[in-house]
Design a protein around this ligand. Sequence first.
Ligand code: HEC
Length: 135
Amino acid sequence: MSGWAAPAWGLFLLLNLAACGEQKPAYPARQPPAGALTDVAQIAAGQALFREKCAVCHGHADEGRSPRADFFQPPAPDFTAAGYRTLDPAYLFWRIEVGKSVEPYLSRGSVMPAWRGLSDEQIWQLVAYLKSRAR
Ligand code: HEC
């Protein structure tokens, strides 16, 4: 490597790390089972789970959203936001699994539960539903 390239490369790495810190922390790469995210039965199963376990915080008023959810800081995101259509399914899986139990969510005061009691199949059903909920 020539004289100037090494420091430039170091700076490049540093800037990249700083940029990542603003975005999402590292999470495990995972592949959904083939077809799981578009299968209507999986999406319907995910919707039932969402109504039962998630709508109290992430849902709309007619889905049983709690009035307390308006005061969460950070707020529970609304999964109808378009960005969720393209968000990495592996990230959604990981967040459902770990909730607020990892940084930076822990120090931010998140109230998102960790859903470790759900099976991988159930978590993929939820991911499939969240993807279908995005407008
Ligand atoms: C007690 C309220 C509460 C419940 C119940 C809850 N969540 Fe959350 N959730 C939150 C809050 C608050 C956040 C935002 C803070 C954070 O990212 O940790 C969040 C964040 C998330 C995120 C990360 C979104 C992003 O853009 O990074 C996902 C995915 C998620 N929740 C899915 C679910 C699913 C699926 C369920 C049901 C199985 C659920 N949540 C149940 C409060 C809740």
